[in-house]
Write a protein that binds this ligand. Sequence first.
Ligand SMILES: Cc1ncc(C[n+]2csc(CCOP(=O)(O)OP(=O)(O)O)c2C)c(N)n1
Ligand SMILES: [Mg+2]
Length: 485
Amino acid sequence: MLKIIRKSSLKSLLDINGPKVGHKSVINHAVNGMRAASVGAIRSMWSESAGRPRVQTPVTTGATDGRTAPPGAPGGDQFEERPQFPGSRSEWTQELRFVDPNSYDGIPVYRVIDKSGETSVHDLQLLDTRLDRDLLIRLYRGMVRLNQMDTILYNAQRQGRISFYITSHGEEATHFGPAAALDFQDLVYGQYREPGVLIWRGFKPDDFVDQCFGNRNDLGKGRQMPIHYGSRALNYMTIKSTLTSQMVHSVGSAYAYKRQQNGRCVLCYFGDGAASEGDAHAALNFAATLDAPVIFYCRNNGFAISTPTHEQYRGDGIAARGPALGIPTVRIDGNDVLANFMATAEARRICLEESRPVLIEAMTYRVSHHSTSDDSTAYRSVDEVRNWTQNDHPIVRLKKLLLKRNWFSEDEEQRYKEEARKEIMAAVVRAEKVMKPSVESMFTDVYEELPDHLRDQYRELCEHVEAYREHYPMGLFDSADSREK
Ligand SMILES: Cc1ncc(C[n+]2csc(CCOP(=O)(O)OP(=O)(O)O)c2C)c(N)n1
Ligand SMILES: [Mg+2]
């Protein structure tokens, strides 16, 4: 219904004895904000500039946040103590001041262990009872295993045995700290540089290597490039390297979990580069407004392939975006596995107890080339990389802590490395001998019944391969009728 406001009723709105919208609060907050100006000056400034009647009402604070009005400040309608715009939580000010992004200190970086392996926390179990020697050794062994796997599969690509690979050198702690802090039932969305979470959850060397070789034992049936792992059994979504798609999907999963009230949360990894996609904002904002229990975990490793972070954003990094969207946020030293563990454990608690998203920005450094398709010497110095490897490597940092506490020895370290190396090498030897999935399997698993146009494509493909058989090593592929074995 359209309600016409008459002139006479407008008059009553403006009448000094009628409802006084805003006068007292405007003046109060101007006084608070400007501090230097006298109440009288402010009063007259307001009444002259706005042409409004002076307010004669006695002082009342009306403040809801514990502040009291300054002596002599005019009172007024409590309703307008603060701006009433929808969603606003600010105060009034008459000081015209643009917020200078450089006037803030950067969000601090939380860490537990420093570069030399020292920590001020003598008893780590005071931080979290799970942090005993056993867990720290498992974390260490996991990081060593990943490091060995990366070296071997990187070389396998260089030798032409697999088509592509991405290593995680220098970022191992960002996988294992969070993995250890999560519950196994929590769903993890990786970007692509987080296979350590799968190692922690029990993905076997054969599972990794079969996927990279795309053989018939690959859980993904050889349909994806190497490193696109996934495991329903281990609550790890299959990698989709279309950047940032995982972020929006993760919010959907978290929202579903919230509706089911099943006590699970979601952890979603993304890179600093992925954060530059529009979808990143959409995901963060949807999660915030839907109160979805998702931990957004940004691996800020300094680069999106060849683009350094200083060309990707201004301001205080990815973490600064969290508070702007109403998301509890922490920045951590990503090379400190215990900071990773602690931050994720607390993030999980917040997610589930308060049913809301959390943002972690883990600062680290991508020691490796972006992938086997990249040569990073074209855009950064070898010395820079060497500096990180020698002075701040996550595996070395934990090793120093373990040695200081006499929790393991250099001999054991060699044993862990050797064991991991042998396991992966054996898996490579096995994977190479396994047949590739049948050509026909490219057409299955989408439709219950193959539609005509796909049936035609399949027939054409078979005819093509038959006509040019000298170019296709069909002996390495399963035949169509053995595909379900
Ligand atoms: C939508 C989309 N755009 C571009 C690419 C190409 N691409 C692959 S990885 C990458 C850089 C990602 O950087 P970051 O998110 O920081 O992750 P990092 O590789 O550093 O771990 C780009 C641009 C892509 N995979 N998907
Ligand atoms: Mg990056």
